[in-house]
Design a protein around this ligand. Structure first.
Ligand SMILES: *Cc1c(COP(=O)(O)O)cnc(C)c1O
Length: 404
């Protein structure tokens, strides 16, 4: 089992006080905290090898380039991509998704269909809507049930030879539901559609295997998996990345430039215009190492206990309703208390040092489905404890008494 106190000592922020109380950080779904090794690696890069990459013959430039490319290979192995050039550095999930939707603008035609799910984050809805507006394609939505699960019969019925892309998140950020993506990918491929998986909420909890999943694209952010903000990865199958046009033009992504014509660089550089977040890309590799040292199997087992404990304790509170009651769930609890606005509870428990997210969680269609303005979301990481959950439960009880 995990030595949680030892792990907690890796995260300096966890010993901070907020509003005079020990911090209880349950907003991991928005961003994770960073271990000292990640914080140090960022400073070390700037102190020791800072230089621009892929363009200098000088020693520091080569050291920086090597560190950046080693990180790419590390992430390739982490997600089990076939080639390292299928691993593109991005600024985050949003960037990765927009890179793909931009590319599909030259592929989709009026009458084509794009299938998204009703559980998506806005960043996996809006870019597809923009794409449909540009191309005349139609957006179709996989519906969900009262437990927050996607309805697979309805999904099957949406698919046809008109379906060109299917996109769904691996794990819902608002409810924590784990979607049956293997089934979705298989069915989508059967009608010839490409599949993009939004893995932003999955990568902190599990190790995706993109070859086993057989997805065409898998996008995620570094900052939700103990890495720096402004980092992320888009995995794309080689054939798709060769087919899509570049996203941005600029330095680094070219082979040859004249005013008549520019030829593009090979993968992955074709999609990496301009000077990237070099330090961030390198340090994302450090974060991946850190997580693998703890072990995703251990993380999952431990987080299951946290989820179970939180669900049981919260349901002791009269009038409390949990959203996302499906069986297959990550360590996220989204809830409301009868007659009380989520924001009011969030504000009161913040005074007690507890950080949770309140609101629509960038997933307004889900809130509309349940006819609520938002929820209180507690999202747990492997560095959280049952004792912290008990502190939150007592604080929510107190807030309820104050507000009702
Ligand atoms: C956080 C999140 C995103 C957006 O990630 P950014 O890091 O803000 O680009 C997309 N989808 C899901 C499911 C998320 O949780």
């Amino acid at each position: 089992m995990l030595d949680i106190q030892k792990i907690r000592a890796d995260f300096p922020i966890l010993s901070e006080k907020v509003n005079g109380k020990p911090l209880v950080y349950f907003d991991n779904g928005a961003t994770s905290q960073k271990p000292q090794i990640v914080i140090d690696a960022e400073a070390e890069y700037y102190q020791e090898i800072n230089a621009n990459i892929h363009r200098g013959v000088h020693t520091l430039s080569q050291l920086a380039t090597d560190a950046y490319e080693i990180s790419r290979v590390k992430i390739q192995h982490h997600i089990n991509a076939k080639f390292s050039h299928e691993v593109l550095f991005t600024s985050g999930t949003t960037h990765g998704i927009n890179l793909v939707t931009n590319g599909f603008a030259s592929i989709l035609k009026p009458g084509d269909e794009v299938v998204v799910s009703s559980l998506e984050h806005h960043s996996n809805i809006v870019p597809w809507q923009m794409l449909c507006e540009r191309t005349g394609a139609t957006l179709k939505v996989i519906p969900m049930n009262e437990d927050g699960e996607l309805i697979m019969d309805a999904f099957d019925a949406l698919l046809s030879e008109k379906t060109k892309v299917v996109t769904v998140n691996h794990i819902s950020n608002a409810l924590g539901i784990i979607n049956p993506i293997k089934y979705i990918i298989e069915k989508a491929h059967a009608v010839g559609a490409a599949v993009l998986i939004d893995g932003a909420q999955a990568v902190p909890h599990l190790k995706p295997d993109v070859q086993d999943l057989d997805c065409d694209f898998y996008a995620f952010s570094g900052h939700k998996m103990c890495g720096p903000t402004g980092t992320g990865i888009l995995y794309g199958k080689e054939a798709w990345l060769n087919k899509l046009p570049p996203y941005q033009g600029g330095g680094e992504m070219i082979k040859e430039v004249t005013f008549e014509k520019t030829t593009y660089a090979d993968l992955p550089h074709k999609f990496e215009a301009g000077t990237p977040n070099i330090a961030g890309g390198i340090v994302l590799g450090t974060a991946v190492d850190y997580l693998n040292n703890i072990g995703f199997h251990n993380i999952q087992k431990y987080e299951e206990h946290l989820l179970e404990h939180a669900t049981k304790r919260l349901l002791e509170i009269e009038g409390l309703k949990i959203y996302g009651t499906g069986k297959n769930k990550a360590s996220v609890v989204s809830f409301n208390i009868d007659g009380i606005h989520p924001y009011d509870i969030g504000s009161i428990i913040d005074k007690l040092g507890i950080a949770v997210r309140t609101g629509h969680h960038c997933a307004q269609p889900i809130m509309n489905f349940f006819c609520i303005p938002g929820t209180i979301r507690a999202s747990f990481s492997f560095y959280n404890t049952k004792e912290e959950i008990d502190v939150m439960v007592e604080a929510v009880k107190k807030a309820k008494t104050m507000l009702s």
